[in-house]
Design a protein around this ligand. Structure first.
Ligand SMILES: [Zn+2]
Ligand SMILES: [Zn+2]
Length: 343
């Protein structure tokens, strides 16, 4: 049985282009008690590989978190199969606003300790005692309430390119850090304020809302399905859109535009721009915001040093990287002293 990818990203890209068929970018998550994550992992890999599903999926004892690219013509088969897995029956699927056939180029199903690296010790609080889930309409109402504190539960590089009007956007690198900052800031208001939170697809708020209730907050709300589902509802029901800019996403697209406002700046020249890139020097791979002109001048790099490395022959670059460990992670945090306009 073949339980792992056999094609490289390049080969896959060529196949997708050749097929010329529409694919859907989908995400879903579910907290549940999974006895043997490895068995589920293999089951999903085999089924999804057959359906030509690609993506990044984490399976753990606590549940599943999946970001996928599914051929549109296989969507029904995919959905029917999900419904055969008891705890995933009728799970809410977040469908991306902007589609890209190449959002994922491999199928990676990984067994992890947790489905989100939240840094929390779950044994210390009841993770099922969650906040009140609200839909887009109720959310719009709530965030106009003067007793509401609206909090963005994402990291700095996500809220930088897009967030809700009047949201508190903690300048943090990790989810864990923002939990503490918010708790400290609102220590005096656990009873009288409504704590309303949101994230990309809802998963981070599932834990955060339970955590804040455990910490004594009386009125905790979370946006059901996050920004992705909010946008879908706003468009379907023609509600007022209160989200500014782009929604950062964790695939090849990096962001999807929700409103026309550009609220961020090129980290190299400071002009309005909200396009995230990774530094072209593979040994750096820094995630940052770069406008087209700067991409041109800097040869898609974050610094002059990286330009020099990037200009070397490929084999030479490889030799320099050797033994330095993998730095080519998109999560390299988008902070660097070389970025003049990163605040
Ligand atoms: Zn620029
Ligand atoms: Zn760089």
């Amino acid at each position: 049985m073949q339980l792992y990818n056999t094609l490289s990203a390049k080969e896959r890209e060529a196949l997708i282009e050749e097929a010329g068929k529409e694919r859907l970018t989908i995400s879903f998550y579910k907290y549940a008690h999974i006895g043997n994550p490895h068995v589920l992992r293999n089951h999903l890999f085999l089924a999804w590989n057959d359906m030509d599903v690609l993506g990044r999926i984490y399976v753990a004892h606590e549940g599943i978190n999946a970001q996928l690219s599914v051929p549109a013509e296989n969507f029904n088969v995919f959905k029917e199969h999900l419904d055969t897995i008891t705890f995933l029956e009728n799970v809410r699927l977040n469908i991306a606003i902007e589609q890209d056939n190449k959002s994922f180029l491999k199928l990676k199903v990984k067994v992890r300790k947790k489905i989100v690296a939240d840094g929390l010790n779950d044994a210390t609080f009841d993770v099922t005692n969650k906040g009140i889930h609200v839909d887009a309409e109720k959310f719009n109402e709530l965030i106009e309430d003067e007793n509401t504190v609206l909090v963005d539960m994402r990291n700095h590089y996500e809220s930088e390119i897009g967030h809700f009007k009047n949201a508190v956007t903690p300048d943090v690198d990790t989810f864990r850090d923002s939990l503490d900052i918010i708790e400290k800031d609102l220590a005096e208001h656990k009873d009288d304020k409504k704590l309303v939170m949101y994230c990309t697809g809802g998963i981070r708020c599932e834990k955060a809302s339970a955590y804040y209730k455990h910490k004594g907050f009386k009125n905790v709300y979370q946006l059901e399905g996050g920004i992705i589902e909010y946008t879908r509802q706003v468009r379907e029901k023609q509600l007022e859109n209160k989200f500014l800019g782009k929604n950062f996403v964790f695939d090849h697209r990096r962001g999807e535009r929700i409103s026309d406002e550009v609220i961020a700046h090129c980290h190299q020249c400071g002009k309005p721009c909200d396009t995230h890139v990774n530094c072209a020097n593979e040994a750096c791979h820094l995630l940052f915001i770069q406008c087209e002109e700067c991409a041109d001048t800097m040869n898609n790099c974050c610094s002059v040093d990286c330009m020099e490395v990037h200009a070397l022959p490929f084999e030479e670059q490889k030799r320099l990287r050797k033994g330095k460990g993998a730095s080519n992670k998109i999560f390299k945090k988008g902070r660097s002293p070389v970025l003049k306009y990163k605040n």
